[in-house]
Write a protein that binds this ligand. Structure first.
Ligand SMILES: Nc1ncnc2c1ncn2[C@@H]1O[C@H](COP(=O)(O)OP(=O)(O)OP(=O)(O)O)[C@@H](O)[C@H]1O
Ligand SMILES: [Mg+2]
Length: 358
């Protein structure tokens, strides 16, 4: 097996490239320490369409990937890294292809290993990054809430994952984005709803909690319909305030997410719960998750800037695979990139969160 060169702290320097959706991102990470993290957002490009246009996204990635990677290396004060990691999926195919080609090119140029990372694994372990973070041990239950996912995941051993439940319709972030559009709050909707909810009264405009008893699945499309009917004929004069609607809606979504996460942790006898994905930046969700400590749970969440897509979480997830992987996994990963079986490096828009530990 090839020995991996290491950075000053004895950990390999990993370049992480993330292009699964509408952020072009790159970061250099060594052993959980972020040396640089550059994120170029395409929000302004997609705003007038109120959502991500895949073709525009991949073209913008093509323009930005070179400068973003260059800046990440410059800010980390390195000219190359020991490993290159990239997001293999899930995500938009055109966007994923740009990141994968950039990563493959660099690993060939530098003659170093190339690792394809599952985006969701990146979101989970973003909670290990940041100054107040600590390593997440198994078993744990993770809640990934983002623009494309609302997944409840059980991990009983390092690199082993079981998806307990997921959304049956809209993801939590997608529901926030669509409802914000209904309310004329702009794009992306999640942060706008979060801001408006801060001055609202969640009791003034209550919404049902879609708990779907008996399953670990979620469903948020009914809340979208409920908001639609409340605003269809215009706000009731002097009564309906947008900030109250936002607060009521946010409470319904976040309480549902928290209750189901707590129930899953209890059902599986797990003390560690992890929050990840763009919606993990939501103030009410972060407060509610922190409050789970009073129920005896240990709670981990990423710092706000690392909740939405970034390259640091991809680099870190790859670093964990190198640190915790079995000898056979390492043997496979540490061969030069052109010898790797092509399947493990092929971008896959619907890549499932599969276990890599045997
Ligand atoms: N403060 C916030 N409150 C609620 N939602 C938020 C907040 N900040 C961001 N979001 C939501 O997070 C989502 C973006 O998250 P992320 O970047 O992880 O999604 P994605 O990468 O598009 O989806 P996925 O990770 O499933 O592929 C958007 O739907 C956005 O509205
Ligand atoms: Mg994401």
């Amino acid at each position: 097996m090839k020995r991996l060169p290491t950075a000053g702290n004895g950990q390999p320097l990993v370049l992480g490239i993330e292009t699964s959706c509408d952020e072009t991102a790159a970061a250099v990470v060594a052993g959980g320490r972020i040396l640089s993290s550059v994120v170029s957002s395409q929000v302004a490009l997609h705003r007038r369409f109120q959502g991500v246009v895949p073709e525009l996204a991949s073209r913008a990635h093509l323009q930005k990937i070179g400068p973003v990677v260059g800046r990440a290396l410059d800010e980390a004060r390195v000219s190359r890294t020991d490993v290159v990691a990239f997001t293999r999926g899930p995500g938009l195919m055109g966007s994923l292809l740009v990141g994968s080609v950039a990563a493959r090119t660099l690993s060939r140029l530098w003659g170093c290993p190339l690792i394809g990372v599952n985006h969701l694994e990146g979101h989970i372990f973003a909670a290990e990054l940041g100054s107040e973070s600590r390593p997440i041990g198994t078993p744990f239950v993770a809640l990934i809430v983002s623009g494309g996912h609302t997944d409840l995941i059980l991990s009983e051993r390092p690199g082993g994952y079981r998806v307990l439940g997921r959304t049956r319709d809209d993801a939590a972030g997608e529901a926030f984005d669509k409802i914000a559009r209904l309310l004329g709050l702009g794009y992306p909707g999640g942060p706008a709803i979060d801001r408006r909810a801060a001055s609202g009264d969640s009791g003034a405009e209550p919404f049902p909690r879609p708990l779907l008893p008996g399953t670990w699945d979620f469903s948020f499309s009914g809340l979208k319909t409920a908001v639609y009917y409340r605003v269809k004929d215009g706000p009731r004069p002097g009564r309906t305030r947008v900030s109250d609607l936002c607060a009521g809606l946010q409470a319904a979504v976040t309480e549902t997410l928290i209750q189901k996460t707590l129930a899953a942790a209890r059902r599986h006898g797990v003390r560690d719960v992890v929050l990840g994905g763009g919606v993990a930046a939501n103030s009410a969700l972060r407060r509610g998750f922190k409050a789970l400590r009073e129920q005896g749970l240990r709670v981990a969440a990423p710092p706000r800037p690392l909740c939405t897509d970034n390259g640091a979480m991809i680099a870190h997830a790859a670093g964990r695979m190198l640190r915790l992987g079995s000898r056979s996994l390492l043997k496979r990963l540490l061969r030069p990139c052109d010898c790797l079986p092509a399947r493990s490096l092929r971008p896959d828009p619907s890549l499932p969160l599969a276990s890599w530990a045997s």
